[in-house]
Design a protein around this ligand. Structure first.
Ligand code: DXP
Ligand SMILES: NCC(=O)COP(=O)(O)O
Length: 238
């Protein structure tokens, strides 16, 4: 059964809407831990639209479970990652104009850049995963970089317009997961997962970790973050 990484970016999104001090993602991490989070995930974007450098620094000092930093393959972020030393870094693609991460990292097209990034992180002793589309060529390229894990982008599955489309996307994820395991990498998944669609992905053989943010923070508005995390954790463990 997969571990649950809780992405708290959107607590910071609410804070940044007013540019003040609340709600504080550091408090959110504490409540998520109390609800059973196995990991706290944050995406430090180059435009600092939600999580800020200050958040990362404080989270590194206060989070008791694993801290997973999502960031782009750019010098600024790699320097921050190597200085901060979270337990894990997940390299993701990033576009200024996107509302959220739109696709996986194109490891095939950006092989040398991703390779240099992975090397810098490994030299700093950090566990590295790559956020990729569930595509065989991307999985094979990731393996060549010796990363510990890949996180399969579940956006196409989560956003599928019909049940039939969603079943097809689930098969794509299942097949890709099989390739990840055959390549002896650790299997993670995430993006767009929610209380209705998570169980089929959690049930994929060999799934070790799911990173989930938006749906948990949305539910927390109504039930509180600790309960929202706990409910999601039950679905992952069921
Ligand atoms: C990489 C990924 O799928 C997401 O966690 C991503 O970090 C989402 O970014 P936002 O939190 O800015 O939507
Ligand atoms: N890597 C995926 C993640 O951290 C959370 O994505 P979402 O649930 O906010 O879409």
């Amino acid at each position: 059964m997969p571990k649950l990484g809780v992405n708290i970016d959107h607590v910071a999104t609410i804070r940044q809407a007013r540019g003040g001090i609340e709600p504080d993602p550091v408090w959110a991490a504490m409540k998520a831990e109390l609800g059973g989070a196995d990991q706290i995930t944050v995406h430090l974007r180059e435009d600092r639209r939600h999580i800020l450098d200050r958040d990362l620094r404080l989270l590194k000092e206060t989070v008791h479970v694993k801290l997973n930093l999502e960031c782009a393959c750019v010098d600024e972020m790699l320097t921050i990652a190597c200085d901060t030393k979270p337990e894990r870094v997940c390299l993701v693609p990033e576009k200024r104009e996107e509302v959220t991460t739109e696709g996986g990292l194109d490891v095939v097209a950006n092989f040398d850049r991703v390779s240099d990034s992975v090397k810098r992180l490994h030299d700093a002793g950090i566990f590295v995963s790559l956020f990729i589309d569930p595509v065989e060529s991307q999985i094979a390229a990731s393996k060549k970089l010796n990363v510990e894990a890949v996180e399969l982008h579940t956006g196409s599955y989560a956003d599928a317009p019909t049940d039939l489309d969603q079943s097809r996307e689930l098969i794509v994820l299942e097949n890709a997961s099989q390739h990840v395991l055959e390549h002896q990498m650790i299997l993670h998944a995430g993006h767009g997962l929610n209380y209705l669609n998570v169980t089929d992905v959690a049930d994929i053989e060999g799934m070790e970790e799911l990173n989930i943010g938006h749906s948990i923070i949305s539910r927390a508005v109504f039930v509180g973050l600790e309960d929202a995390v706990s409910e999601m954790k039950q679905l992952c463990l069921r």
